[in-house]
Ligand binder design. Structure first.
Ligand SMILES: Cc1cc2nc3c(=O)[nH]c(=O)nc-3n(C[C@H](O)[C@H](O)[C@H](O)COP(=O)(O)O)c2cc1C
Ligand code: SF4
Ligand code: SF4
Length: 316
């Protein structure tokens, strides 16, 4: 039987056929005289994370900055008052890639921030597979920040174990990315952090250059809608639910009500945050008749421990 990703890909053939298989990409560097600072003292790292990967990277970036005696606030963006953003002299945003782009809730949130004119900004994404459109997703974040006056100084994408549930958790990306992040991933994050600081100190900025690639066509499709169509069941098993409220906290649109065993399918973004975080296996989701299970259960069944960087031992 097809996996959901196969189904989406098949549905995408018409859309992708119209796209050019060329890549117009990579960063170029230019001098920027308008940076608010050349030596950041107070940094905000805003992150969104459903299964911990992006949060782990945000934390590592924070540890590296703190080791240079820079004050850092690492905040989950949905719990952050947008008004505080202009108080910082460097803002870094981290997000996962969902459906070949930055998740809608992150885009909506960033679109409402106040002016951050002259503030150096950097973006990173965590992603699950090489064809996942990660470059453009991170550019999307930078583009919104730049529209608010932010000055782009860094961008990167860090691959890790994907947390996109398939019935058997056996897609090609899941198999090939199971061992990630590894030491090389953490080195990449250290370089990203050091390079952005160096650029700021030199008063340099990067340009936002989108890739024009086949996969970009997938974004034009109603992927979330297609996914929800294929999901014949999405509810809560009252006999298993322990009423912890984790699914409500993790749901970006407050579409789930575990106490009524209800999910508002119109509001749902098919992000799997409820399934991927329920500690009691009480969120019931079926894809074309096949029961899905969440990320923690997948890690447990496959005896996978996600690697953490050594910095976490000393950094608070
Ligand atoms: C709903 C959903 C959609 C996803 N779509 C993509 C995608 O289009 N491209 C990709 O590379 N990874 C995709 N992934 C994998 C995530 O980007 C990856 O697991 C990410 O590290 C999750 O970050 P988090 O642990 O911080 O939530 C998807 C995962 C989910 C749950
Ligand atoms: S109800 Fe939908 S939007 Fe809310 S966490 Fe679950 S999958 Fe995501
Ligand atoms: S996360 Fe699971 S156990 Fe907790 S309230 Fe939601 S459905 Fe119930």
């Amino acid at each position: 039987m097809d996996t959901r990703r196969d189904f989406i890909k098949k549905s995408a053939i018409i859309g992708t056929a119209l796209c050019l298989p060329v890549s117009l990409t990579r960063q170029s560097i230019a001098a920027c005289p308008d940076l608010k600072t050349h030596s950041p003292k107070k940094v905000l790292i805003l992150w969104y994370s459903q299964t911990g990967n992006t949060q782990r990277y945000a934390r590592l970036v924070g540890c590296i900055l703190k080791s240079k005696n820079i004050a850092v606030d690492e905040l989950e963006f949905q719990e952050t008052d947008k008004k505080i953003l202009p108080d910082y002299d460097f803002i870094i945003v981290g997000s996962p890639v969902f459906y070949y782009d930055t998740p809608d809730n992150v885009i909506d949130w960033l679109g409402k921030i106040p002016s951050i004119k002259g503030t150096p900004v950097a973006a990173f994404v965590s992603f699950g597979g090489p064809e996942g459109n990660q470059h453009n997703a991170s550019c999307h974040i930078l583009k919104i920040l730049a529209s608010k006056g932010g000055v782009p100084v860094g961008r990167d994408a860090f691959r890790n174990i994907p947390s996109y549930p398939t019935p058997k958790w056996d897609s090609a990306n899941q198999k090939s990315g199971q061992h990630l992040p590894n030491a090389a991933t953490f080195d990449q994050i250290r370089r990203f952090t050091a390079d952005t600081l160096t650029r700021i100190s030199r008063g340099e900025t990067i340009s936002i250059s989108y890739e024009i690639a086949l996969r970009e066509g997938l974004r034009a499709l109603p992927l979330i809608w297609l996914n929800k169509k294929a999901m014949n069941k999405h509810t809560v098993d009252a006999s298993k639910c322990i009423g912890c409220g984790t699914c409500v906290r993790k749901c970006p649109t407050k579409a789930i009500n575990p106490f009524k065993q209800a999910v508002d399918r119109d509001k749902c973004l098919a992000c799997f945050g409820c399934l991927n975080n329920c500690p009691a296996d009480a969120v019931v989701m079926e894809y074309r008749g096949q029961r899905l299970y969440g990320f923690p259960e997948y890690l447990k069944r496959n005896n996978i421990t996600i690697m953490e960087p050594p910095e976490f031992k000393t950094c608070t």
